[in-house]
Ligand binder design. Structure first.
Ligand SMILES: *Cc1c(COP(=O)(O)O)cnc(C)c1O
Length: 348
């Protein structure tokens, strides 16, 4: 079947004449900038913040392009992945008419962002072992389904989803398949970015919030065909990523060794934490983790959650989610933090 992007785009977006910023209209070199109503006298309380940032994050995208081995035209940089999630709804889903499909238990923002945009959500729960029920997904998607969200490794279950299952969906669904790889760095798996040329209906999300340790800066990325990225650039707020952030993320990408050291240490501590959790009586199951967190089944989630709080340790109670009965989600901490957690659980 031939994929037709044109058919998926909301007519409002097709007709949109995007805002043209001062930096859109002039990007050459000059000495005197009197085009953007900036403050020529400088910044109050800090240096070098009086100019608007590059709206297309050119320097940063060059670095990301090398890092991910994909063309600059296939990269969108946003104010966290959450911005990309919201933009995809606004570009492709007609409010009150179109829908998107999610597979609970999964990341909460897909449904929240849908609700904000008045987009219906179709839920097809993961099956036992947190794997995709491909037949149910394809049966439940209908002619108004524009987006299918796949989170791999999945939050909160921490597992990578099956490559064949994902491939079946990409190859049989006529809308866009969005694969959220927020935790891919911790998994050792290769990214779906490598298959963008093969699949024009694929969008991959990644973030600098997790493995890169830059959650405070709010930088998420989307990777897709140049046509889809072009649409995202047209709809995004002109200066969606600030200049300090662009600079700091460039610096991070230049610090490959530090990135790898932190990643290796985290993975090592994850394995130690898992083996220590096996010694805890109230933990009844530990799910395999390809991420920087672990989903554990306990006999009394609420009580254990509150007990840990009383010890100044906060974890996430996920026991109300489908397939997550009794479950707490625990982020891998530093070695010392993990030891305190284990000690507290032993004393419970
Ligand atoms: C943490 C997380 C993100 C990252 O969101 P940002 O807005 O980039 O910080 C994206 N997707 C999932 C599934 C996550 O858990």
């Amino acid at each position: 079947m031939e994929f037709q992007l044109e058919k998926l785009i909301r007519s409002t977006i097709k007709q949109l004449v995007p805002y043209s910023s001062a930096r859109d209209e002039f990007s050459g070199s000059a000495n005197i900038f009197l085009d953007a109503n900036e403050n020529s006298y400088g910044s109050v309380g800090s240096n070098e913040n009086h100019r608007y940032p590059d709206p297309y994050q050119t320097e940063l995208k060059k670095k990301i392009s090398q890092l991910k081995n994909t063309a600059v035209e296939t990269i969108f940089v946003g104010n966290g992945s959450d911005e990309a999630i919201d933009l995809l709804y606004r570009i492709f889903c007609e409010p009150g008419k179109d829908n998107a499909l999610i597979m609970p238990p999964t990341y909460g923002m897909y449904a929240v962002s849908a609700a904000i945009n008045d987009v219906e959500i179709i839920e097809v729960p993961l099956s036992k072992g947190f794997s995709i029920d491909v037949d149910a997904v394809l049966e439940n998607a209908n002619s108004q389904t524009k987006l299918i969200w796949i989170c791999s490794p999945n939050n909160p279950s921490a597992n990578l989803l099956n490559i064949k299952d994902i491939t079946s969906i990409i190859e049989q669904f006529e809308g866009l398949v969005v694969i959220d790889e927020a935790y891919i760095d911790f998994s050792g798996a290769s990214s779906w970015i490598d298959l963008l040329k093969k699949y024009p209906n694929l969008v991959v999300l990644q973030t600098f919030s997790k493995a890169w340790g830059l959650a405070n800066l709010r930088v998420g990325t989307a990777y897709a065909s140049p046509e889809i990225i072009g649409l995202m650039n047209r709809v995004k707020p002109p200066y969606n990523v600030n200049g300090m952030t662009q600079k700091l993320v460039c610096k991070a990408i230049d610090s490959q060794n530090e990135y790898k050291e932190k990643l290796n240490e985290l993975i090592k501590q994850r394995e130690i934490l898992i083996s220590n959790l096996h010694q805890i009586a109230v933990v009844s199951a530990i799910y395999p983790s390809n991420a920087n967190f672990i989903l554990v089944k306990t006999l009394a989630p609420k009580e254990i959650y509150n007990y840990l709080l009383s010890k100044n340790i906060v974890v996430r109670d996920r026991s109300k989610l489908p397939l997550c009965e009794g479950c707490l989600r625990i982020t891998v901490g530093t070695q010392a933090e993990n030891q305190k957690l284990i000690q507290a659980l032993k004393e419970y």
